[in-house]
Design a protein around this ligand. Structure first.
Ligand code: IPM
Ligand code: MN
Length: 361
């Protein structure tokens, strides 16, 4: 029987609670679809850092590399200064495991409320391929003449052709396989590049040239669009149905996917994958650790369950993933009153139970 080694990092705040529900569903689905999961728990996060002063032990990444995938709850602790855990743990894992794609679907599930007027699941159904290894996230820059009136701060967007090309290739392939035509819901598979070629005339010039070169030569079947990032924000609110697959740099991808998340019902339901197509990928609910709800049993575990679902899909367990997808849709359509913490009408573990039950049926 096929066995997957999964590293589980519950992390901070409500992370462990939502991860537990994802694991509950994973156990049921693996039994049903005939594969095994070996679970290894890691206690990385704010509590461990406070206790030991260590964020990620040196052999931590090497350990994680021995797994088929990682399921992550949330990183961020109210007693730890912002930036320390984010950089020392989350970004370090993304970089050292070279998870160069951050795949963030923006799809409204049935029964979920969206703040967008007159838009439903048919209109809000696209995917953002966020480049996850470069840009302003690489740490290039610094402070000079600090604490003087002449202090200068720089932080530079850095992209190599190699980084851009590998992200584009992933996005084109994704559009070919999962675009709107491939799914039978549109007449084209479309890849939209989100940039800022009118101002960032170096970085997004590189992206734009690489995009059209690759598209023309290797993906003539994929329709190509280009949008400035500011306009993209506008259309994400006004006409999300225009979008199919979007690809963009790390920072723009970070920003637009929070906007995307709120249009799909918020952090209780939005999930993403940090993907290294040739290595170990890490899946996470994209909401944070929500410390004020810790231990109350009120946080929505569906985002973590959807992250686990993406993990199984990426591992090649497509039938199991489809079953979880159907179960989550059943629960959003028929059960939950709201996606928000404390307003679901059920506890965290009851929501996990309902999904698990539907998967088992
Ligand atoms: C995200 C988060 C992270 C990011 C932070 C916590 C470093 O906002 O996953 O979107 O900026 O990538
Ligand atoms: Mn973010």
């Amino acid at each position: 029987m096929k066995t997957y080694k999964i590293a589980i990092i519950g992390g901070d705040g409500t992370g462990p609670e939502v991860t537990a529900e994802a694991v509950k569903v994973m156990d049921v689905v693996s039994a049903k679809f005939g594969f095994k999961v070996e679970k290894n728990y890691f206690d990385f996060g704010g509590e461990r850092y406070k206790r030991t002063g260590e964020i990620l032990p040196d052999d931590g990444v090497a350990d994680l590399k021995k797994h088929d995938a990682i399921l992550l709850g949330a990183i961020g602790h109210p007693d730890v200064k912002p930036g320390i855990l984010e950089k020392g743990l989350l970004l370090r894992m993304r970089f050292e495991l070279d998870q160069y794609i951050n795949l963030r679907p923006v799809r409204l599930l049935p029964g979920v409320e969206t703040p967008l007027k007159d838009k439903g699941p048919k209109e809000i159904d696209y995917v953002v391929v966020r480049e996850n290894s470069g840009d302003i996230y690489t740490g290039s820059g610094g402070l000079m003449m600090k604490d003087t009136p002449h202090e200068v701060a720089t932080q530079t967007a850095v992209y190599s052709r190699f980084q851009v090309d590998r992200a584009l290739r992933y996005a084109f392939e994704f559009a070919r396989k999962h675009g709107k035509k491939a799914r039978g819901v549109g007449k084209d598979n479309t890849l939209g590049l989100v940039g800022k070629t009118n101002v960032l005339t170096f970085v997004y010039d590189l992206w734009e040239r690489a995009f059209h070169e690759m598209g023309e030569k290797e993906y003539p079947d994929i329709r190509r669009d280009y949008y400035h990032v500011d306009a993209t924000c506008m259309w994400m609110v006004k006409s999300p149905e225009w979008f199919d697959v979007l690809v963009t740099g790390n920072l723009f991808g970070d920003i637009i996917t929070d906007l995307g998340a709120i249009t799909q019902g918020g952090m209780g339901i939005a999930a993403g994958g940090n993907i290294n197509p040739e290595g170990v990928s890490m899946f996470e609910p994209i909401g944070g650790s929500a410390p004020k709800y810790t231990g109350m049993g009120v946080i929505n575990p569906l985002a973590a369950i959807c992250a686990m679902q993406m993990m199984l899909e990426t591992l090649g367990e497509e039938k199991a993933a489809a079953k979880i997808d159907a179960a989550v849709r059943h629960v959003t359509a028929n059960k939950l009153k709201s996606m928000a913490a404390g307003k679901m009408g059920y506890t965290t573990s009851q929501v996990g139970d309902m999904v698990a039950q539907h998967v088992a049926d």
